[in-house]
Design a protein around this ligand. Structure first.
Ligand code: ADP
Ligand code: MG
Length: 832
């Protein structure tokens, strides 16, 4: 067995080097796998077959490369396990559950799954799974799946269904389709089939014809079948030498309740050695015994109004649906319920921050604002004006602001923050702005210095802009403020004594605006009178940080800024507690980045282009391919690429290297050198800092572009759209598949970050798009974070319930309250 499995492993390894382009074998991996299991007579219980069964109807082909990677990994693991299993236990198939033939005398012999005998199952939904009368080894396997109690089993939903509902006469069976038949066994034997493998072969007949049926490797089946017995079979119809046949179909006697045949049959997420039949039987028992005893958490009134299936019915239909539409409706009910709990948490968080009150009133007199705007070296865009208006309206109220300012890279968010910070200063409060990295903090510090006191910062002798003067801050004197504005830069790399000096100045209220990194969040930084906190590039800050900042003093206003376009569904969930302002306009005179896909054979032309632009005095980014195995492998690859480029491609140019394994001071040094044009090309992994402003960089070349998400590609591209200079983005892919070509083609034509984000979320799912865990969002089990319509409805319902019964103290909301607190408490426990 090791032989063929090794062959499979080789193909899979090759597929990996081909970046999951389905290019390892002619004809594609799907066809290869089918051939493979058939040729080597690999039965359906084999780990490899199981992975294959888990594929969607469109097969491997239909998957996104990121999903494909997962499948390839699973297959590799399965091939390994499969080989191991074979060596240790030569006959692993014996665990298959197959109902024993009935002794003829007992007419009404009780069936395992029949509701008639619930008395035999003792316990409650919270009893251990063992009460479901599992086989001993299966009990352990259920646990491995995380199914510890009956309730867990009830809520272990199928990932898909076999549609065996078409029961056809043998003569009407269709090749390649899933279907069922009922026939009489006219012959059954155990014998060698094909090359060298024993199996069970049977001939089934009905009035319309006969059909050969084979169970590869499963000789024990023969012992349980008798000539003349009537059985139901379900499976896919295959073909051998021009005649239809069935291989390894599911089989049940007609006395059995249809669980595995003749219906929509659930397929569950499973684990090594645990068979679908065993799960189905356990679920059936759990439903029959317990479903009607469960109280429905959703009040009847709500269910009726929203047309949601009652719980017990939904449990039945989600596991053993009468028809696909019912399964769908059942799933929708659970998805809605899940989203409702999420939204109640989100809306409540939002209400709490609204009710908090007690925020300082930060106002910027109109004259001051006008003078500030007039002092800028450019005209504000309409979007910026409006954003400033919205933010100042919020800060002018005692309700603490929690607003998200969302705008594409380069849309000019910083100046909006500056206006708000000035409002704090003008009202006698302090403001803070935090960035995810030192270099971004420095950049903000520089921007504020420039914006607030243009002459001063540029003046000779002012020293390097980022060096705070002796007391730990710069004193700027914007004429329109009528008072000095003291700005400090607090980062982790300050010497201890410097840091202390800055902290003291902040605590004493000598500093008006503190610019910094996360360091600002640390306990040791006490603000004198914090009025406003601005958090830049929010997606790296979770909910906890937001509240930590809140606790820095009183209830400051909070403005969160992000360049990551946030799909609508996430605005309703992950960011559901925030108000949102969108800067949907770019400052004028910033040409769109020209984006080109570059096929492998034209790579040299792209390289030549980079060289030419550098010759003109510009700079370039080269982004290394994404390596998902680990950061250290990725770093290694980046080092190699950097060395190759330095030695062979651009020996005459100055190259910098940036990767995730470098320490922050090292990273900052490299970024600074690039910003100050001490290097021409920055070779970087995906860590290249968000938001860093290097207007002189106008070319970005992205290697292995097909492996990045659209949003991320768009972010990269934003780095070369920071001036009036035309920017260029080259998307290189080594082995482009049709799908990745299509995705990259979208990049060539679509420039709208928001639409790209929606597209991304749809193609890759929220997990990839956005780590929900660190964002303070519970994981969703049933619901999809892409279903705008359902999320909106859940949001409305959550709002309605909380308006009505803020504490969820009414009896009909008791279970909802329970579920909500369980969901969010668990989450909060995970986070801390
Ligand atoms: P981001 O939204 O990515 O944080 P920034 O605030 O860093 O963008 O602004 C990007 C660049 O655009 C900065 O150099 C800034 O001075 C400039 N800028 C901002 N607003 C305008 C405007 N209305 N017109 C021209 N340039 C602007
Ligand atoms: Mg920015």
């Amino acid at each position: 067995m090791a032989g063929p499995l090794e062959g499979l492993q080789k193909i899979l390894a090759l597929e990996r080097t081909k970046k999951f382009a389905d290019a390892a074998v002619v004809g594609g991996l799907d066809a290869f796998l089918l051939r493979f299991v058939r040729e080597h007579e690999i039965d359906t219980a084999h780990p490899v077959s199981r992975v294959m069964q888990s594929l969607p109807p469109g097969g491997y082909r239909s998957l996104h490369p990121i999903q494909r990677q997962r499948v390839v990994e699973e297959l590799l693991r399965a091939a390994e396990n499969g080989a191991a299993v074979k060596k240790k236990t030569p006959a692993p198939a014996k665990v298959v559950q197959f109902p024993a033939p009935k002794p003829t005398a007992t007419k009404a012999r009780p069936r395992a799954s029949e509701p008639a005998e619930p008395g035999r199952i003792l316990g409650t939904v919270d009893s251990p799974v063992g009460v479901l009368r599992l086989k001993r080894p299966d009990e352990e396997r259920f646990r491995r799946l995380g199914l510890n109690t009956v309730r867990d089993v009830l809520f272990h939903f199928p990932s898909r269904y076999h549609d065996y509902s078409a029961v056809r006469p043998i003569a009407h069976l269709q090749f390649g389709e899933e279907q069922s038949l009922i026939g009489t066994i006219s012959a059954v034997s155990t014998r060698m089939i094909g090359r060298s493998r024993k199996g069970t072969e049977a001939v089934l007949s009905d009035e319309s014809g006969q059909l050969r049926v084979i169970w590869w490797g499963q000789t024990y089946i023969a012992r349980r079948l008798k000539q003349g017995q009537k059985v139901a079979l379900s499976g896919k119809v295959t073909e051998f030498r021009g005649r239809l046949q069935m291989e390894n179909p599911e089989i049940e006697t007609l006395e059995d309740e249809a669980l595995n045949t003749r219906r929509l049959v659930p397929v569950y997420p499973s684990t090594e050695g645990l068979f679908q039949k065993a799960i189905r039987t356990a679920v059936r028992q759990a439903i029959d015994t317990f479903a009607d005893r469960l109280e429905d958490p959703l009040p009847e009134e709500m269910r009726k109004r929203l047309k949601l299936m009652p719980m017990a019915q939904a449990l039945r239909q989600v596991h053993f649906p009468d028809e696909p539409e019912k399964a769908e409706a059942a799933r929708n009910r659970f998805a809605f319920e899940e989203l409702l709990y999420v939204e109640i948490g989100v809306v409540r968080r939002r209400n709490e921050s609204k009710d908090a009150g007690g925020a300082p009133v930060l106002a910027l007199p109109k004259d001051t604002l006008d003078a500030f705007v007039a002092s800028l070296p450019y005209e504000l865009t309409q979007a910026q004006r409006q954003a400033i208006g919205e933010v100042l309206e919020d800060t002018g109220d005692q309700t603490p602001m929690t607003r998200l300012l969302e705008g594409d890279v380069g849309s000019g968010k910083t100046v909006v923050a500056a206006a708000a910070l000035l409002a704090a200063v003008a009202s006698g409060y302090q403001g803070a702005i935090m960035a995810p990295t030192e270099i971004l903090a420095e950049q903000h510090f520089r921007t504020f210095t420039r914006v607030l006191a243009p002459g001063q910062a540029e003046a000779p002798g002012a020293g390097p802009w980022f060096q705070a003067s002796a007391p730990g801050y710069l004193v700027l004197e914007p004429p329109y403020m009528g008072r000095p504005v003291r700005v400090a830069l607090l980062t982790g790399s300050l010497r201890a004594s410097e840091k202390l000096a800055v902290q003291e100045a902040i605590a004493a209220g000598e500093v008006d605006i503190a610019v910094g990194t996360h360091a600002l969040l640390q306990e040791s930084v006490a603000f004198h009178r914090l009025g406003l906190a601005v958090i830049d590039e929010q997606h790296r800050f979770g909910v906890e940080q937001r509240s930590a900042l809140r606790e820095k003093g009183g209830s400051p206003h909070v403005l969160v800024m992000t360049a990551t376009p946030i799909p609508r569904t996430l605005k309703l969930t992950v960011f559901g507690d925030l108000d949102i302002t969108v800067l949907a306009e770019m400052p004028p005179g910033r040409p769109k980045v020209k984006t080109y896909r570059v096929l492998p054979y034209r790579r040299d032309e792209a390289i030549d282009f980079v060289r030419r632009k550098i010759g003109e005095g510009r700079q370039a980014f080269i982004i290394c391919p994404l390596v998902e195995e680990s950061e250290s492998i990725e770093a290694k690859a980046a080092v190699q690429e950097y060395e190759r480029l330095s030695r062979n491609v651009f020996p005459d140019l100055r190259l910098g290297l940036l990767h995730g394994r470098m320490a922050s001071p090292e990273k900052d040094a490299v970024m600074r050198a690039f910003r100050d044009h001490e290097s021409d090309i920055l070779v970087s992994t995906a860590v290249v800092e968000v938001g860093v402003d290097v207007p002189n960089a106008t070319v970005i070349l992205i290697e292995g572009a097909e492996r990045f998400g659209l949003s991320q590609l768009h972010q990269f591209r934003g780095r070369v759209r920071r001036s009036a200079e035309q920017g260029y983005c080259f998307l290189l892919s080594d082995s482009p598949s049709p799908e990745s070509e299509e995705r990259l083609a979208i990049m060539e034509t679509m420039d709208d970050g928001f639409r790209l984000a929606e597209e991304d979320l749809r193609l890759r799912g929220p997990g990839e798009y956005f780590g929900t865990r660190q964002s303070g969002m519970p994981d969703l089990r049933v619901a999809k974070l892409t279903d705008v319509e359902m999320i909106t409805r859940a949001r409305q319902e959550a709002t309605r319930i909380l308006e009505d019964d803020g504490e969820l103290s009414r009896p009909e909301h008791r279970m909802i309250r329970d579920r909500v607190s369980r969901l969010w408490d668990r989450l909060n426990a995970d986070v801390s």
